[in-house]
Design a protein around this ligand. Structure first.
Ligand code: PDD
Length: 286
């Protein structure tokens, strides 16, 4: 089905939607994005994604081109016209274009570019991969130092996914000074006994919207949560490991660099958190 997408205030057929070749998103990766999931035709944690979008824009001195109310309306309209029951909505805002290439930012009055499109993903919640668990490799984290800003500089994460694929695995965890920062497109966790361990928030990692909800549900379920650095070696000795993201929710990890965790099958904690997350977020969807 030909998608309807949103570009700078207009709903257009995907083949008709265009942005300038001078757009700074294209030339400089000068843009930020959000990915929001859709379950039962409703938006999961729209509030969290809208808030982080504002923060990312603010950190980069980029004007917010749309109010939260209008943004919600655009998300809902795209879900409606594209008949999305389960899937994702991708949103990107760039610093736009003043019709040329220059390292200096254009005049602040230059309109930003805003683009949204849907991705239809039937079976997103009931994903068989979550029952099997993911195999990951570790690679060095050589990204820039402001990973808390959700920019479109995704070349290294893409390369990481390709390295994983080449190794016959599903994804990669990024390691800096021996400590795991996060996954290529998700936050990383290990479980030891009844304790969930994940890196604390800082500029080293993206402040995952799914992370915030999952840690809240874990604490409500009386699980221990420790926000601290952990090494890749500690991860290989953990009882369980998992990742969180808006696109895969809670995903068990069953192998790290060829070392099997929990007998190679998802343990108790990650599948339970996935269940709680999906149930609670479905109730709160808008
Ligand atoms: N990625 N860390 C990184 C580097 C990410 O790219 C993402 C999300 C996350 C998890 O954040 P959240 O829970 O808010 O989705 C952590 C999205 C899904 C993507 O790039 O497609």
């Amino acid at each position: 089905m030909m998608r309807t997408v949103y570009v700078n205030g207009e709903y257009l057929a995907e083949t008709e939607a265009k942005v300038s070749i001078f757009d700074r998103g294209f030339l400089m990766a000068d843009g930020v994005y959000e990915v929001t999931s859709v379950l039962d035709g409703k938006l999961i944690d729209f509030e969290g994604h809208a808030k982080r979008l504002s923060r990312s824009l603010n950190e980069l001195d980029m004007a917010n081109p749309i109010s939260k109310a209008d943004l919600l309306e655009v998300h809902r309209e795209l879900v409606r016209v594209n008949e999305i029951e389960e899937g994702l909505i991708y949103l990107q805002v760039t610093r736009g274009s003043d019709g040329d290439r220059d390292f200096a930012f254009p005049d602040p009055e230059t309109p930003s570019t805003i683009v949204l499109f849907t991705q239809n993903k039937p079976g997103l919640a009931d994903n068989p991969a979550a029952k099997k668990g993911a195999k990951i490799i570790s690679i060095e984290d050589i990204r820039w130092g402001r990973r808390d800003i959700k920019t479109v500089q995704l070349l290294y994460p893409s390369m990481g996914k390709m390295m994983a694929k080449k190794a016959g695995c599903d994804d990669a965890w990024l390691v800096e000074d021996g400590f795991v920062t996060e996954g290529t497109s998700n936050n990383a966790y290990i479980v030891k006994g009844n304790k969930i361990i994940t890196r604390a928030l800082s500029t080293d990692i993206l402040h995952g919207i799914t992370r915030a909800a999952v840690l809240r549900f874990a604490r409500e379920a009386q699980m221990d949560v420790e926000e601290r650095n952990f090494t890749i070696d500690e991860a290989k000795e953990a009882d369980e490991a998992f990742t969180t993201s808006a696109s895969a929710f809670v995903m068990p990890v069953v192998e790290i660099d060829g070392v099997t965790l929990g007998g190679g099958v998802p343990g108790r904690v990650a599948p339970r958190l996935r269940e709680i997350y999906l149930e609670e977020m479905r109730k709160a969807a808008v």
